[in-house]
Design a protein around this ligand. Structure first.
Ligand code: FEO
Length: 387
């Protein structure tokens, strides 16, 4: 494996995880990459590293440029193990290398690896000279963990943004102008929705902190590097972090005998009549991480479950728990379902959605099988209530 030159003296030395299909519960149909960047200057610097099982690929790429024992600085923008997993081995190979990280980075790296490493702890605005270049650090707590920071090199105009602006996407191409932009944006949206969504306020703060800097390249820790469409991804992050929604609706349900599915269809027809972009997801066959991608920009979230054993179906409960954790804001929601005698599922779904802070539409519940007239009435009533 070879290093890929990003700019004179700057090399991508990461690893491609082509076969990864799950990233802590998020489906990664296009695999992922862990991006590490090697800067050759008076101080040899490695920015971030890779998952522990990818270390040999990273070392091969580093060795195609320089002996890893010559590394002086290991910048750790984020402690999560997809970026720090290779640090223990790297420290064995380069025992004198100093780890540059945030105060929480030092705390959390020590908690993770229980080693007596030498740290250079930095705070927002600090700068470290590595020779011809300098590295400036901006702490970005909760994008994605309390320890996160980004590293900016003013001489190269490169922002090493770690998780921010990343995508789970494995590719032999490294840059945004070498790969289909709509796929990169789709994966960046899925990444934001499933990883970054709860931290919108912190993203806004980070975007403000970074607004004055001249960015020529955004080098994230996952996926494709941005150099031609920087304003596109920055605009998307501004929109997503502001919880701005579109005229879109997501309808997610599970069904036992097809009745809740029929109600879902009647709900969908109401959004169709109102000119919404809508998507219908059966939770038996759709993954919650794909549904959340659409939730990111949807104004309406409609969730349906029939009643099973005085409760809701486990597929629906799993989706609701995931949705609540990711905490999208400024949404409208609807609970619906069919029941035989108790009807507790519709109330349970409604309670979950209400607890998410959504503005609720009156729920829709139907005893046993909805007939044609009932379905028409559901659509007609809903059309009146949708904005
Ligand atoms: Fe890619 Fe939060 O780690």
């Amino acid at each position: 494996a070879q290093a890929v030159k990003i700019k004179e003296g700057v090399h991508w030395v990461g690893a491609l995880d082509w076969t990864l299909r799950d990233f802590h519960g998020y489906t990664t149909e296009r695999g992922s990459s862990y991006n590490a960047y090697l800067i050759i200057d008076e101080k040899i610097t490695l920015i971030d590293s890779v998952k522990h099982y990818c270390i040999d690929e990273m070392l091969d790429r580093i060795k195609s440029v320089i002996d890893p024992s010559k590394i002086d600085y290991l910048v750790c923008n984020h402690v999560e193990m997809d970026h720090s997993g290779a640090l223990p081995k790297l420290k064995e190979l380069a025992p004198n290398a100093e780890i540059i990280c945030s105060p929480n980075g030092e705390k959390n790296l020590t908690a993770h690896y229980k080693q007596n490493w030498k740290f250079k702890v930095v705070k927002s605005g600090d700068s470290v000279s590595i020779g011809r270049r300098s590295l400036k650090f901006v702490l970005t707590p909760m994008v994605h963990w309390p320890d996160n920071m980004v590293t900016y090199c003013p001489e190269d105009k490169i922002l090493y943004s770690n998780d921010a602006f990343g995508q789970h996407l494995s590719s032999s191409q490294r840059f945004d102008d070498e790969f289909a932009l709509d796929i990169i944006i789709e994966e960046a949206k899925k990444y934001y929705a499933n990883i970054v969504l709860p931290y919108g306020n912190q993203v806004k703060k980070a975007l403000e902190d970074l607004s004055g800097i001249d960015i020529g390249i955004i080098a994230p820790s996952h996926g494709i590097i941005w150099r031609s469409s920087i304003s596109v991804i920055l605009d998307q992050y501004k929109k997503w972090s502001a919880n701005q929604t579109e005229k879109e609706a997501v309808i997610a349900f599970d069904s036992m005998w097809g009745s809740t599915e029929k109600i879902a269809g009647a709900v969908a027809r109401a959004f169709e009549e109102k000119g919404y972009i809508y998507k219908l997801y059966d939770l038996k066959s759709s993954h919650i991480s794909d549904i959340i991608t659409d939730v990111l920009t949807a104004k309406y979230i409609c969730v349906g479950s029939p009643t099973l054993n005085s409760s809701l179906l486990p597929t629906v409960a799993g989706f609701l728990a995931y949705l609540k954790g990711l905490a999208p804001k400024n949404r409208h929601a609807l609970a619906f379902g069919s029941y035989g005698w108790g009807g507790q599922s519709i109330i349970a779904v409604e309670t979950w959605l209400h607890d998410c802070g959504f503005v609720m539409l009156p729920n829709i519940s139907v005893k046993f099988i909805p007939d044609h007239e009932q379905l028409l009435a559901i659509t007609k009533n809903l059309v009146k209530q949708i904005d």
